[in-house]
Design a protein around this ligand. Structure first.
Ligand code: FMN
Length: 325
């Protein structure tokens, strides 16, 4: 969903544009950073997922691949897609991606789903790359603070996309932004960034009033023309359908918030049959382009936070202007 254009637009307006790079191979990270630099001279962040495989998601034998294929087969047939061959890897390795990120030298390395090993954080510090980790609980914020990160995102469950919990199950770490934020602010040494449910100046002011040093916004930028969201997804974000979001494991195997659709409802009843992340993510990912091309928004992830019904702006520059003026 990230694009160089969106990242650069935010940075050019005085924000910290951020590019979610977890789905990129190590080889793709440098070129993306160069693309962003061609569009802005300002600082930007590259973001990675520290944990890239859940239990059982790193070893998928032929029998398990077949089992999962049978689960997906009716949908692939409906969309006219052939059975895919098992990939060499279902997801890139974080530390390999991290090496490429270091070489790309962004101003900021932000991450979710864990705490990188100490030497990696030290290497960032040595190179002058600031680090930002995300927490969904007091314990996670304290773990990040103890590891010496430069700032912590307090991520409330209103947020669109994945719940980045890493110490307890995300289902057991569901705190709203404005409960989590002051709990974290009062317990860590470093600046805290509020995330989840913020889309206008009121939200930013409320976050600052509770002790945040900054606000992190996702859904409102996702809805802008500069994002990588499909036109249909964008249209849904501006429709009444966005009033009904749900936390679901149906698309990736990890808990994430998006607009309720046929896939989230269908998979909710079959949740125990789904493979773990990143296998589920890979199988739904193979369907995505065909489903979008065929207008099947009932089958694809429509990531959205709970604030979507209040979205106004379709240009990231306009949105940034409304937030800062
Ligand atoms: C489609 C989508 C993808 C996201 N991907 C990432 C990601 O890869 N890494 C990350 O740190 N945050 C990611 N986020 C979370 C945002 O950084 C941000 O914390 C969140 O969207 C804030 O809540 P809001 O959606 O209510 O604005 C994503 C959010 C969305 C909507």
């Amino acid at each position: 969903m990230s694009t160089a254009r969106l990242t650069a637009a935010v940075s050019n307006c005085g924000g910290l544009g951020s590019f979610g790079a977890h789905q990129l191979s190590a080889e793709q990270i440098g070129p993306v950073a160069a693309e962003i630099r061609a569009l802005t001279a300002r600082p930007f962040a590259l973001n990675l997922w520290v944990s890239t495989h859940d239990k059982g998601g790193d070893q998928v034998d032929a029998a398990e691949f077949e089992r999962v294929w049978r689960l997906f087969e009716p949908w692939y047939r409906e969309l006219g897609i052939d059975k895919p061959a098992p990939p060499a890897r279902f997801h890139a390795d974080f530390e390999v991606q991290f090496e490429a990120l270091l070489a790309a030298q962004p101003a900021v390395f932000s991450f979710v789903f864990g705490v990188p090993r100490k030497p990696l954080l030290q290497e960032c510090r040595r190179r002058g790359i600031l680090t930002i980790g995300a927490a969904t609980s007091i314990a996670e914020a304290q773990a990040l603070d103890g590891a010496g990160v430069d700032a912590i995102v307090a991520s409330g469950f209103e947020a669109g996309g994945h719940r980045p919990s890493f110490l307890a199950r995300p289902e057991d770490s569901l705190m709203g932004t404005f409960a989590l934020l002051p709990l974290v602010v009062d317990r860590v040494q470093v600046p805290v960034i509020a995330a989840g449910g913020i889309a206008d100046r009121r939200g930013v002011h409320a976050a600052l009033a509770l002790g945040a040093q900054a606000a992190q916004i996702g859904t409102a930028f996702l809805a802008c023309n500069e994002s990588g969201a499909s036109d249909a997804h964008r249209q849904i974000l501006f429709s009444d359908a966005a009033q009904s979001t749900t936390l679901t494991r149906a698309f990736s195997g990890r808990l994430a918030r998006g607009v309720r659709n046929h896939w989230t409802t269908e998979m909710a009843s079959r949740i125990n049959e789904l493979p773990p992340f990143p296998v589920q993510s890979w199988f739904t990912g193979q369907m995505r382009a065909a489903a979008i091309a065929q207008g099947r928004t009932d089958l694809v992830s429509l990531w959205s936070g709970q604030i979507a019904p209040n979205l106004v702006h379709r240009s990231a520059t306009d949105l940034m202007h409304s937030l800062t003026h």
